[in-house]
Each structure stands twice: as structure tokens, then as C-alpha cells.
Design a protein around this ligand. Structure first.
Ligand code: XMP
Length: 319
């Protein structure tokens, strides 16, 4: 695509101009945005860039491995992989308030990232995959009072504390444009087309207390749901689809015995930028198939419900 090829050239020149011979550090989240930003910046300045992947253990099935493989083996981009699952699960223990969960994860993320930056001798610039909708959603809406709906942990905080200048080459782009740029940069389709995933990860898809056990249960249900969506050829028609694990147990029957297990919620929405969203209208045969598979294959879940809430009034994530 001509436009993206031009954008790529222009941004590469801008990044070189801004960075000079300085060092840049980039936090990878596992998502499309930070990956595209990192690959673009690497193309501009090569080994002046180091990527840090703070792995909070709240990723989807196999996702952490995919990120590490893509960067180390496919692109040969220097990558520090910090396995911090215990630190995050430890801090989340006993925590049930959505904002406190978000704030803890954001804070721990910054601490760990900062420590890694020091280990590699610091950097002059911090690279972020901030998109245009991130810029808008983090300022208050015009006219009304400033209300924080949710604390996003990928914007703000870090730069001031680390006294670093920001490199944000995607600031003018919407999600679909970032995907186009990713393709232009040769990122694999499976990565580029991937549904958005929030910084706090599965923690905000497990209302109530987050434990390793609940993360593992959710990962299995989520993987089945996504596999069925891909098999049905629906993945690309959906902005975001995911399972949530509710802190509610209900009674069921399996064979001839009673079960008492958790409820799994399924969410799927269409959207162009995540700011508004409509429910994806699956046919009932599809939902039945997914529900049956999850209940049969995932220990700990005995009931599946479908979330029929648009945004607004709902948000896409449950917390
Ligand atoms: P909500 O739930 O606010 O989500 O309707 C809108 C979009 O943003 C994603 N999301 C986040 N992304 N850090 C992120 O990078 C966050 O803290 C965060 N919270 C929500 C969400 O997945 C959806 O695509």
C-alpha cells in the first residue's frame, strides 16, 4: 500500500532524526501496537533499540512464548524477557477491587521495567505503541467533568519517573492502520490480525480475586472459544472476543453427579476503534458448540453465558 509505504519511510526518517545516536528502550506487551512500534524503530536505528517484555503471567494461552520467538528468532531484535508471574500473582492475592487491581499491575509493571532499564545501562528514550484512541481516551471528554472510567496502564507515569523522552511513532494511527503498517513491515498475519489485549491482561477478565488456578482455567476456556471462532472463519469479522471467569459458582449436573463450579462469560464485539462497540450476533448453534466444549473440557466451569451488552453502556472489558 502506497500510503503505508510512505508513512513507514517518513517515520523512519523522523525516528532517526529524533533519536540521533541515543539509546531507546521499548516495552513489549504482547500486543500488536508495541510490536509494530518496536519493529519500526528497529528498522530505523537497529541495535540502539532494546526491547523489554515484562511477562506478568496474565497472558493468553502460549502468548508469551510467541512474543519471545517472534522477536528473538524471527527479527533478531535484542529482547529482555522478565518472568514476573509470581510477583504479579503475589500482589494480586486478596485483591478484588478493579481499580486497585489495575493500579497494582500498572505500578509493578513500571517498577520492573525501570529495574530492567537500569540493568542494561539506562536509555535516553522510551518507545511506546500509543495509538490515537489512547491519546483521546486519556484526556477528559469535552465539557463534562474529568471522570476516570478505567486506569489504563500503558500511557503516562513511566516517562516522567524515568526522565526519558518519548518515541511514539504510532500516535496518529488507528488500529486498522497499525495493522496495515505491521503487514508492510512483514509481521506475520497471525500476529498482525490478533485481537487487542489489555495491558492488565487476564486479571481484568477475572472479576474478584485473581489466582494462578483461575488464570489457568480461564486460559483453557478462552483458547477453546477462540479456536471455534477461527474454525468458523469469524475471527477477522470480530474486533475482540474473549472469555471471562466469574466469581460465582452455580449448581449443575454432569452424568449422574452434582457439580458446583464457576460460571464462564463469553464476550465478542465489533468496533472500529474500541471506543464504541456492538455485540457480535453469533448464531445459537455456534454458541451451543462453544458452551458444550468448555463445560466438557475445562474443569472448574459448569455454566457458560453470553454477554449481550454494547458499549456504551457497557465497556468492552468487564473491569
Ligand atoms: P474498555 O473495556 O474500556 O476497553 O471498553 C476499550 C479497549 O481498550 C482495551 N483496554 C486496555 N488496553 N491497557 C490497554 O492497553 C489497558 O489498561 C486497557 N484496558 C482496556 C480493551 O481490551 C479494549 O480493546
Amino acid at each position: 500500500d502506497w500510503t503505508m509505504a510512505e508513512f513507514r519511510k517518513t517515520k523512519i526518517a523522523e525516528i532517526r532524526e529524533q533519536v540521533g545516536d541515543g539509546k531507546v528502550i521499548c516495552g513489549l506487551s504482547g500486543g500488536v501496537d508495541s510490536a509494530v512500534a518496536a519493529v519500526l524503530i528497529h528498522e530505523a536505528i537497529g541495535d540502539q533499540l532494546t526491547c523489554v517484555f515484562v511477562d506478568h503471567g496474565l497472558m493468553r494461552m502460549n502468548e508469551a512464548e510467541q512474543v519471545v520467538t517472534l522477536f528473538r528468532d524471527h527479527y533478531n531484535i535484542p529482547l529482555v524477557h522478565v518472568n514476573a508471574e509470581e510477583r504479579f500473582l503475589g500482589g494480586l492475592a486478596g485483591q478484588t477491587d478493579p481499580e486497585k487491581k489495575r493500579k497494582f499491575i500498572g505500578g509493578a509493571f513500571i517498577d520492573l521495567f525501570e529495574a530492567e532499564a537500569k540493568k542494561i545501562g539506562g536509555a535516553d528514550f522510551l518507545a511506546q505503541g500509543t495509538l490515537y484512541p489512547d491519546v483521546i481516551e486519556s484526556v477528559s471528554f469535552t465539557g463534562g467533568p474529568s471522570v476516570t472510567i478505567k486506569s489504563h496502564h500503558n500511557v503516562g507515569g513511566l516517562p516522567e519517573r524515568m526522565n526519558m523522552k518519548l518515541v511514539e511513532p504510532l500516535r496518529e494511527l488507528f488500529k486498522d492502520e497499525v495493522r496495515e503498517l505491521g503487514r508492510e513491515l512483514g509481521l506475520p498475519e497471525i500476529f498482525v490480525g490478533r485481537h487487542p489485549f489489555p495491558g492488565p491482561g487476564l486479571a481484568i477478565r477475572i472479576p474478584g480475586e485473581v489466582t494462578k488456578e483461575r488464570c489457568d482455567i480461564l486460559r483453557k476456556a478462552d483458547a477453546i472459544y477462540l479456536e471455534e471462532i477461527r474454525n468458523a472463519g469469524l475471527y477477522d469479522a470480530i474486533w475482540q472476543a474473549f472469555a471471562v471467569l466469574l466469581p460465582v459458582k452455580t449448581v449443575g449436573v454432569m452424568g449422574d453427579s452434582r457439580t458446583y463450579d464457576s460460571v464462564c462469560g463469553l464476550r465478542a464485539v465489533t468496533s472500529t476503534d474500541g471506543m464504541t462497540a456492538d455485540v457480535y450476533p453469533f448464531d445459537s448453534a455456534f454458541l451451543s458448540r462453544v458452551a458444550t466444549r468448555i463445560i466438557n473440557e475445562v474443569q472448574g466451569i459448569n455454566r457458560v453465558v453470553y454477554d449481550y451488552t454494547s458499549k456504551p453502556p457497557g465497556t468492552i472489558e468487564w473491569e
